[in-house]
Design a protein around this ligand. Structure first.
Ligand code: GCV
Length: 655
């Protein structure tokens, strides 16, 4: 894989600091974040010391300012730009807003106050210390090894972690869970005798206002403490967790809390003791409460050893069935962390009905920036449009709150796509997913196209590019609709999981069809899809409130893109688009590959505008993307031609 000689600056190249670096800047206030801000300003001025202008930028603390703990007010008038905040975090976020605005930060404009809509904006790393025999070091990681550990030990030089923290703060992220939710034996010890390693990482993140969290094993009292039980109602177990939390806070006073995957895919949990997930979450919440910490308890609980012959069990139902009855039983410092869809980060899923179903429980919504099912950072797949759709969804219809609003109670979380690769995300264009996640967590109703423009302007310095407009429109052409393109050449109409088992890359239409994982499409010679209606299917559609329970109940009212998620229909079923299901499958698979080919040509045409190493890396990955997309097209089209016997109306070549 080609790459740069140094670590890529992503959306903070020095060129983006030109505006602030060439002005007179004053910074008021004290504290670690103000120290960071002063260091940022000094760095910018060092780079542009030779080009002073007469503008002035001031950062001031004002305890009376109505900005909340992280917000800021920006005023721009008469050559003076002022960031005012009630707390030091606001000054730092204000600094990055000034950077983001570029030249516009220094022209007159009405006063603006920015406050994050969500107070927790978190990344989850699925990093292991050791290299796991099947999953590698970073589970579902496609960007090299861990940023935190190497060769079984903490990285000696944490400068890279500091640089990562800076990038994250610049897009608004304020919390990071550093290790995998599947907690293996070595990583379990981060909670106890290896806590110093977490403390060292926390020092780097703290400088940028980011709290550190840890994934812990529910069985820790047994595997680390030598107790005979991990029963959440056992006094010895409760004492053990309290002592464990006390020790963590003795090392990391501003520690954020724990993330727990329990009773899920082999991880231990409260079911073993006949206890509920509220009992489990509250045990850990109580240990954290004296220190102000929070437990993020994942709702990803389902039976992964089901019998594929059993048509009555529906994995999509599981999280709601387990958790909706527990509403109101969680502590205030327990957050239920719910994947955005009911299955597992497929290219297209409906929004999880759990998100709106627990009004008396704090809920965080979990997205997946790491592209497990969306091309594994070898395919271009900009996820902001998907996330914006999820965040704008209203579980109770037009008059109810959005998912973004509901997540205000617990936060927005993404599984990180970053690793030790010099481009951070392996595919340089996947950096946009990380950036867009942070910005959407700050402002869930931000428009994906606007975020794309921001990212382009920061990442690709307009003044160093000979034709910024051609570059901008080229990048829009390759990124803007890339999720839609990816969806076209992979699994159709919301059915999901036609991937190769295990690693989940590339097509295998029946790969999971006769497996225990609960992920089926039920294609036969007559039709395809899962009947999840209340009337004749698994009843999943009835887990939604109105109007969605009605919308999803019948094939006539169900949106096309989710049809096969909710219904089993004949291949000749006519979609709202006017075409049949089988013809839609053929058409979209041909179109998707053509769109990817067109994007590849656009990228080639940008060779004179993009740094050679970055251009070469993306060009190389496009070769892989196109090979893979053609595999997808030919597998899926051939499979359905052979199953259905219905020819393509376009008479195109299917194998
Ligand atoms: C960390 C999916 C992934 C697993 C992941 C799991 C989870 O099943 O394939 O690798 O485990 O989700 O979110 O816990």
């Amino acid at each position: 894989m080609t790459g740069p000689n140094t670590i890529d600056p992503a959306w903070l190249p020095d060129a983006a600091l030109r505006g602030i670096g060439s002005r007179r800047v004053t910074v008021e206030g004290e504290g670690p974040l103000v120290d960071t801000l002063r260091a940022e300003v000094a760095h910018a001025q060092d780079k542009f010391a030779t080009s002073p202008t007469d503008g002035h930028v001031a950062f001031r603390l004002d305890a009376e300012a109505d900005t909340g703990p992280e917000g800021f007010t920006l005023t721009r008038s008469g050559g003076r730009t002022t960031v005012t905040a009630a707390a030091t975090a606001g000054l730092l976020y204000g600094y990055f807003q000034v950077v983001r605005l570029g030249a516009a930060a220094f022209t007159d404009a009405p006063e603006q106050t920015h406050r994050p809509a969500l107070s927790r904006r978190m990344l989850n790393h699925w990093d292991n210390i050791d290299v796991h025999p099947v999953m590698g070091q970073v589970e579902r990681g496609y960007a090299g090894g861990s940023l935190f550990w190497d060769d079984g030990r903490p990285r000696g030089d944490l400068g890279r972690v500091r640089a990562y923290a800076r990038l994250l703060a610049a897009c608004g992220i304020n919390a990071v869970c550093v290790n995998n939710v599947n907690v293996h034996a070595t990583e379990a010890r981060l909670l106890t005798d290896r806590i110093d390693e977490v403390a060292a990482i926390a020092t780097e993140f703290r400088a940028y206002g980011i709290s550190v969290h840890l994934s812990v094993s529910f069985a820790a009292p047994v595997v680390l403490g030598g107790l005979s039980t991990a029963d959440p109602l056992d006094d010895g177990v409760r004492d053990w967790w309290r002592t464990a939390a006390d020790r963590v806070y003795a090392h990391i006073p501003d520690f954020g809390g724990f993330v727990v995957k329990a009773d899920s895919e082999g991880q231990p949990g409260p079911f073993a003791y006949g206890r509920s997930h509220a009992d489990g979450a509250n045990l850990i919440a109580d240990a954290l409460a004296p220190h102000g910490g929070t437990v993020h308890w994942r709702a990803f609980v389902y039976n992964h050893t089901q019998d594929w012959r059993d048509r009555s069990t529906d994995r999509a139902r599981a999280a709601y069935d387990h958790f909706a009855p527990l509403d109101g039983r969680f502590r205030d410092n327990a957050v239920l962390q719910v994947k955005h869809g009911p299955m597992d980060f497929q290219t297209r899923e409906p929004v999880s009905p759990v998100i709106g179903a627990l009004p008396r429980t704090r809920v965080a919504v979990e997205l997946q920036a790491t592209q497990e099912y969306t091309g594994q950072q070898r395919h271009v797949c900009a996820l902001a449009p998907m996330w914006a759709e999820v965040l704008g969804f209203r579980p109770e219809g037009d008059d109810g709150p959005t998912v973004g609003g509901l997540a205000g109670s617990g936060g927005l979380v993404a599984v990180s796509n970053a690793g030790a690769d010099p481009y951070w995300t392996r595919h340089p264009l996947a950096q946009f997913n990380l950036y867009a996640f942070g910005r959407l967590a700050w402002q869930p109703d931000a428009k994906p196209q606007q975020l794309l423009d921001e990212w382009i302007e920061l990442t690709f310095d307009p003044e160093e590019t000979i034709d910024p407009e051609r570059l901008r429109s080229g990048l829009h052409a390759v990124l803007r609709d890339s999720w839609a393109t990816y969806e076209k050449y992979t699994a159709p109409l919301g059915v999901g999981f036609m991937v190769q088992p295990g690693h989940h890359y590339g097509p295998s239409v029946d790969g999971y069809e006769y497996s225990p994982w609960g992920t089926y499409h039920f294609a036969d010679r007559d039709g395809i899809g899962v009947d999840r209606s209340r009337a004749t299917g698994t009843g999943y559609a009835a887990q939604y409130s109105k109007p969605w329970s009605q919308t999803y109940e019948t094939p006539e009212s169900c949106p096309d893109e989710l049809l096969l998620f909710f219904h089993h229909v004949p291949y000749g079923h006519v979609l709202h688009s006017g075409t049949t299901v089988i013809q839609h499958i053929y058409d979209t698979h041909f179109e998707g590959v053509e769109e990817a080919e067109a994007a590849q040509r656009v990228w080639a045409s940008l060779a004179d505008l993009v740094a050679p190493a970055r251009h070469a890396r993306v060009a190389e990955l496009y070769e892989e993307q196109l090979n893979s997309a053609r595999e997808w097209r030919d597998h899926v089209n051939s499979y359905f031609l052979r199953k259905s016997g219905i020819p393509d109306a376009g008479g195109r070549r299917i194998h």
